[in-house]
Write a protein that binds this ligand. Structure first.
Ligand SMILES: [Zn+2]
Length: 485
């Protein structure tokens, strides 16, 4: 008996030693803080952003519904607001309203830098206009914020990029690398414009050293357990597939129903899909996020993240409690459309549903379809992927690349209080269309967002703090200076 307890005790001690050793060996991946260069921001910058927010550049699937005067208006406005940019950079319109700017570098042997943003915005949900503190297309500044649809997504970034280039031109800065700016006009409806710009650049053999797009931010209180702000740099984005489920059965009179109607069959299928989610796991970009985050946590958190071989399940469980955390761990399942029936006393002959999946890197649309068929396991339910909007997960960009290091250094200069962590963008961005041109696609903006701000994006009261907008401009200015100076 004594021997057994002695063996158990030594095992426990061994385990404790192992856990602590792993924790102590868990080194910070942050770059040392450097003295941030001072970059004064023009006090009229916020007003220029506000002016751009007044244009209702709403994108729609297809050209029907697009108000071309708004896009013309925005582009004419930008010409006036940024005269040096428009005098010194070559600007092209690509397939409609998509814009491509080229600022030629002095050294043609260097690969160019590509900065992305988009001109279009999502509409304001009808009936919610009154809930806005300032009108969504009013172009107002009040209480220290610039208000309006697009302040964060994504005119804030677009106008900040132009502001940075205008300032650099004013300082007589001449880039060594060529700098491209590409501003799509339909990111919110799939980014066909970005695909066209990417094809054009590809045909000209332009191979950017790296690109920076929206999709990451300086997040405060978004990731559970993190006590400092996190500069989330998207190194990949999830794929997208909507799966259509259809049931065809003989119709008839509802007074003599079969055991299951089309609606019943389809409901059961949806229920099985919700009950059998795709597997959750800490892998890929989310594993990399934890590797960067872990060493910055207090001891208990560090111990847990350093020993994922033991605590992985616990960590995944905690992370998966929020919808965002869950989306980072697995291919997500979201039934979004359900249709069937025309009259209360008629048995429907068809019922149709659409389930939207956001595909984790490592999975694919094919694995999703296989999963759907297996989970539903009912031959009466036809399963079909909607091809039009389908996209596979993006490649995962390298955090060991010189470009990531440069980005990390620039972020430290702009947000010295933040910990830089790679991350998985759970939505979609234009960046994915450029995957064939560069291996290093990063999704980051110096905008500071809390959980409440995430609701404002595509929601009500979208806004950016005037002071924070200065950081967004500073970020692009320093990024160009650090990469092309
Ligand atoms: Zn966007």
């Amino acid at each position: 008996m004594k021997k057994v307890s002695l063996a158990v005790a030594s095992l426990v001690i061994l385990l404790a030693v192992l856990l602590v050793a792993k924790t102590l060996a868990y080194r910070s991946k942050q770059l040392p803080a450097e003295a941030a260069p001072s970059v004064p921001i023009d006090t009229a910058a916020a007003a220029r952003l506000a002016g751009a927010l007044a244009f209702r550049t709403i994108s729609f699937q297809g050209t029907a519904g697009v108000d071309t005067t708004q896009f013309h208006g925005l582009q004419t406005y930008l010409e006036r607001a940024f005269p040096a940019v428009h005098a010194r950079l070559a600007r092209e319109r690509v397939a409609g309203f998509n814009l491509l700017y080229r600022w030629p570098g002095g050294d043609t042997t260097l690969q160019p830098v590509l900065l992305l943003a988009h001109q279009d915005v999502v509409p304001v949900e009808p009936g919610t206009e009154d809930r806005w503190t300032e009108p969504p297309f009013g172009g107002r500044i009040s209480a220290g914020y610039v208000w309006g649809r697009g302040a964060l997504d994504d005119k804030g970034n677009l106008v900040a990029i132009l502001e940075a280039v205008e300032a650099l031109l004013g300082q007589g800065f001449q880039p060594r690398r060529t700098v491209y700016l590409a501003f799509g006009a339909d990111e919110e409806v799939g980014g066909a414009g970005a695909r066209q710009i990417a094809a054009l650049l590809g045909s000209r053999n332009v191979r950017p050293e790296f690109l920076v797009d929206e999709g990451g931010a300086v997040a405060e209180g978004v990731v559970p357990g993190a006590r400092t702000p996190l500069a989330l740099v998207g190194i990949a984005e999830k794929g997208y597939v909507s799966v259509e489920l259809t049931v065809h059965v003989p119709g008839g009179h509802s007074s003599m129903p079969p055991p299951e109607t089309a609606v019943g069959i389809l409901s059961a299928a949806i229920d099985r899909l919700q009950g059998h989610q795709m597997p959750a796991a800490i892998r890929g970009p989310t594993a990399q996020m934890l590797d960067y985050l872990g060493p910055e946590l207090p001891f208990s958190g560090r111990l847990a993240l350093a020993n994922r071989w033991l605590f992985g399940g616990l960590i995944a469980g905690r992370l998966g409690r929020t919808p965002l955390g869950n989306a980072m761990l697995r291919t997500s399942t979201a039934p979004t459309i359900f249709q069937g029936g025309v009259k209360d006393n008629v048995l429907p002959s068809t019922a149709r549903a659409v389930v939207n999946f956001r595909i984790l890197p490592g999975d694919s649309s094919a694995t999703v379809l296989r999963h759907v068929r297996r989970a539903i396991a009912d031959p009466r339910v036809e399963v079909r992927a909607q091809e039009a909007a389908l996209s596979e997960p993006s490649p995962v960009s390298d955090v060991k690349s010189p470009s990531f290091q440069l980005l990390q250094r620039t972020i430290r200069e702009v947000a010295p209080d933040a910990v830089v962590v790679p991350w998985l963008v759970v939505g979609g961005t234009d960046a994915r269309h450029y995957a064939a041109l560069t291996r290093d696609s990063y999704r980051f903006s110096a905008a500071r967002v809390g959980l409440r701000d995430l609701e404002r994006i595509h929601g009500t009261n979208e806004r950016v703090a005037v002071a924070n907008y200065g950081d967004m401009i500073r970020f692009y200015l320093l990024l160009i200076r650090n990469s092309a100076g």
